[in-house]
Structure formats: C-alpha cells, structure tokens
Design a protein around this ligand. Structure first.
Ligand code: NAG
Ligand code: NAG
Length: 356
C-alpha cells in the first residue's frame, strides 16, 4: 500500500519538475554533476537506521528483531558494537541485495529526547577537525565516533568483511545523533582508510560542523544525502546564523526534504531534492523546526526506541555469549562470520553469480 503512495509521489514530483520555472531548471542541471538521489536506497537504509535502536542484542545480532525484515531481509551481521559506558550502539554487516557493507549508528538513548534537543541549542563548535584549516566540529558528536569503542570495532569489522567479500561499497547510515556519527565515520573511512565507494544517507541529522568543515566533508564524501522530514526540529540544531557564516554551524549538502502536499485524504509526501548549499532556504530551513514527532518517523518508519523504553538497556540471552567479547570498560563486541551463501556469491572473481 505504501508502495502505491510512493509511486504517486514519483509522478507528482515528475509533473512538478516538468511544469516548473527556470529556477527549477537550473537546479535540475546543477545536480547532474552530483550523485542522483536514489529513493529505493533511502527507503532501505531507513530501516537499518531504525533497527539499530533495538535493545535486544540477540535478536539484533541474529537479525530476527521486529524491525529486522522487510527491505533489510537477508542482511547478515558481522559485528555489533555496544559502548556501554556512553550508551552507544552500532553495527557492521553485509547486505546481499545492496551488494554492500552496511554500517548503522544508533541515535541518543537519553531518557528525555526533549532535554537532548534543548541542549543542542547551546552547543558550541568546540573542537578543531584535525588536519583541516578552520574546520571546527561538535566535540560530543566527534568523540562519540572517534574516541570510543565504536571506531576500532567498525574498522576491524570492515577488515574482516573485506577479507571475506572483497572491496564492496560501504553504506553508512544513522538517525539523529546516529546520523552525525555516520558522517564522521564515512569521512574517516575515506580519508584514513582509503575507502573508495562510500555512500551516506542520514535521517534527521543535526548540524555537526562549520562551513569549512561542511565544504571539506562534501568534497571527500560526495555521495551523501541528509534526509529531513517536515518540521523535524533536530536538523535545525545547533542553530545556523545566516549573518555569521564563518562562526556558526552549517549543514553539508545534499538535503532531501520530505514534506506533505495536498489536503484531507489526498496527502502525498514529496521528496524535495535541495540545492547544493547545504542550507537551502526552500527546504526544511524554510519552515519552523518545532516538531519532535516529525523527528521520530521517516518514510513512515518508526525511529528511536520502540515503545516506552528509552533508557540505555541491554537485553542479552546466553545463546549469543559465544560471540561476545568485552573490554576492560565492559564494552561489548559481538562478532560472527556471515553465512557462506553470500560469501560464495561475491568471492568468485567479482562475478555476480547467484548461488542459492
Ligand atoms: C537504487 O538502489 C537500489 C537498491 O538499493 C538499486 O537496486 C538500484 O539499482 C539503484 N538505482 C539506481 C538508478 O542506481
Ligand atoms: C579521548 O578520551 C581520552 C580518555 O578518555 C581523553 O583523555 C581525550 O581527551 C579524549 N579526546 C578527545 C578529543 O576528546
């Protein structure tokens, strides 16, 4: 049913771009040089960004959780990493249908999303991004990826994955603060590990750095789509002050803004491909960011923690104990070797031969 709705949206979008003014034409020509936005891919990755919130580590690790199906069916976990002290969670695995590694980061697990959001109003650009003149970023987001057990866990999982499957594409995703970490991770993979084909799709991601950082980021990771939804408040934070362009946070491109069009029973969601500035005034910046509810649903998929549980909780059962290692701080890493079905498919001299 949702599929029919989306087909209509595609038609609407096509119609509106055909009927539009010279300004639209300019935008259309402009993104010829840029990667094309892929709706199917975004729709798939949102399900990974949603699943990584699940707190039952056994179900998540074995990809049997309630959010581990639909477009992500057949995904195989390589590593699930939990930074217990800081309440962070991420996974690395391989997706058969995407023929890619997928990395997903969980957003904040703070009890009150409201408090987390309010804090974001006051966050300073408080750390230099290493090696890049004038580039400054948000210390908390930066360190959540760079200075925790997540980074080493992800890098080692990718190493193991590459030994098994070769150099597949890497797709990095996350929602909210998880989107911020996804961006830092992707940049790290490109710059520090020489990864060639890294694609990023984030959902409801806050700003993470200043203009110099945004410009560097978008050169290094051009295949990046930052999806925003209606009045979601988080992409508006930390604030962007138009009159102090060098001093404030600034989003990197390319935003895709989801908004509703129509009235009553004829409401369709439109995916607007925004301009290359990162701060397109005709996208989410053109409306007030005043909704937490819009932050919690992307493409109709529930983001954040399921139900009422919103504190940092870990549910484990003894079956996965054999896959688990813990470090001195009590952080957990679950590792496994994906099944040979996918392995065989990709290991034969790069040929796409399906072995069922
Ligand atoms: C979009 O992504 C889907 C799945 O992720 C893929 O099968 C398809 O080929 C992509 N389309 C284009 C035009 O790249
Ligand atoms: C990373 O963590 C260590 C130890 O907790 C700390 O000393 C260091 O200052 C942190 N680095 C950054 C950039 O925050």
């Amino acid at each position: 049913m949702a599929g029919v709705g989306w087909a209509k949206v595609a038609i609407l979008v096509l119609l509106s771009s055909a009927l539009c003014s010279a300004r639209e034409l300019k935008v259309t020509v402009k993104h010829k040089e840029h990667p094309e936005f892929n709706h199917t891919l975004a729709r798939t990755l949102v399900e990974y960004a949603s699943a990584v919130y699940m707190s039952d580590t056994t179900e998540l690790f074995t990809w049997t959780c309630t959010r581990c199906n639909d477009l992500t069916e057949g995904f195989e976990m390589i590593e699930l990493i939990i930074d217990v002290k800081r309440c962070l969670q991420a996974f690395v695995g391989v997706a058969d249908d995407l023929n890619a590694f997928v990395i997903a980061f969980r957003g904040t697990q703070e009890k009150s999303l409201q408090n987390w959001v309010e804090d974001l109003y006051w966050k300073q650009l408080d750390i230099d991004y290493p090696g890049i003149d004038n580039a400054m970023v948000h210390h908390g987001f930066y360190t959540a990826y760079h200075n925790t057990t997540l980074r080493p866990g992800i890098l080692s999982a990718l190493e193991r994955g590459k030994e098994l499957f070769g150099d597949l594409k890497i797709m990095v995703t996350g929602h909210s603060m998880g989107g911020a970490m996804a961006a830092f991770c992707a940049l790290d993979l490109v710059v520090n590990t020489g990864a060639k084909d890294v694609q990023v799709v984030t959902f409801g991601q806050p700003r993470i750095g200043n203009a110099a950082f945004a410009s560097y980021y978008s050169q290094m990771v051009p295949y990046t789509f930052r999806i925003t939804h209606e009045h979601d408040i988080v992409p508006h934070l930390p604030p962007y002050y138009q009159h102090f362009p060098q001093k404030t946070y600034r989003h990197f491109p390319r935003e895709i803004w989801l908004y509703n069009l129509g009235f009553g029973s004829l409401v369709y969601t439109v995916e607007r491909v925004c301009d290359g500035s990162g701060e397109d005034p005709d996208c989410s910046r053109g409306v007030p960011g005043n909704s937490i509810l819009d932050h919690l649903v992307y493409y109709g998929v529930q983001m954040g923690c399921p139900g009422a549980e919103s504190s940092c909780k870990i549910i484990m059962d003894p079956k996965t104990a054999a896959y688990r290692t813990a470090d001195l701080e009590g952080n957990l890493v679950f590792s496994r070797i994906p099944s040979t079905k996918i392995l065989r498919k990709n290991s034969e001299s790069g040929d796409q031969v399906d072995v069922m």
